[in-house]
Design a protein around this ligand. Structure first.
Ligand SMILES: [Zn+2]
Length: 210
């Protein structure tokens, strides 16, 4: 995935990520929402209210500023504040991928910690934050997520979904993918009776991924 240099280029990339997310089972139909901005921009594009992530077109995106004003396009997703507040506190973040991955949400709901087991999990996810359940679209959910994003690039929104962030769409999406893969691996390990295995903690410090 190349880094687009225009907002419309970013929107096309988000359409692609939406389709891959549904096909990959990370979200069903109209659940979840995606956003991106050009590096350092005060303006971001976010999926519109009620859009289906596997059928996105450029007309489905709301263009908003960091104050939360709608500049153009349809009404934004009810969860737009989650995106806005994250960009406000993380100037280095240029994409927020919010999906409803089944294994990640289930493990969290059952009180299991999501374990990072492989090199990819450790490199892409690194650490997992958690936000207690609040209704979607609420200020509490958006504000607590933003607070957790100061420490983590992957969050579980309890009984709801995940938020994965990154310097670009490609990294945010790969983090979301690896968060769910780590959750599936943890689920399988638990099924096999293993409750402890992780990536070697002493190897975290010198991760160099190619
Ligand atoms: Zn959601």
């Amino acid at each position: 995935m190349q880094q687009p240099s225009t907002l419309s280029g970013l929107i096309l990339q988000l359409c692609e990520v939406g389709e891959m997310s549904v096909k990959g089972g990370l979200v069903l139909a109209s659940g979840g929402n995606l956003s991106a901005r050009l590096p350092g921009s005060e303006v971001f594009a976010v999926t519109g209210s009620g859009t289906w992530l596997d059928r996105l077109t450029p007309d489905d995106f709301a263009i908003m500023n960091l104050e939360g004003a709608l500049l153009s396009g349809p009404a934004p997703s009810s969860e737009w504040k989650l995106h806005q507040r994250t960009y406000q506190v993380r100037p280095d973040v240029n994409s927020v991928i919010h999906l409803h991955p089944q294994h990640a949400v289930l493990l969290d709901a059952l009180g299991h910690k999501i374990r990072l087991i492989t090199l990819d999990h450790a490199y892409y996810v690194k650490s997992v934050g958690s936000v207690p359940y609040y209704p979607n679209g609420s200020d509490e959910l958006a504000d607590l997520s933003a607070e957790q994003c100061l420490e983590h690039n992957c969050l579980i929104l309890s009984n709801h979904g995940c938020s994965a962030i990154g310097p670009d769409i490609s990294m945010a999406y790969r983090r979301a993918l690896n968060l769910e893969e780590a959750s599936i691996a943890t689920f399988r390990a638990l099924c096999l009776g293993d409750a402890a295995t992780t990536f070697p903690p002493e190897s975290f410090a010198d991760l160099h991924h190619s």
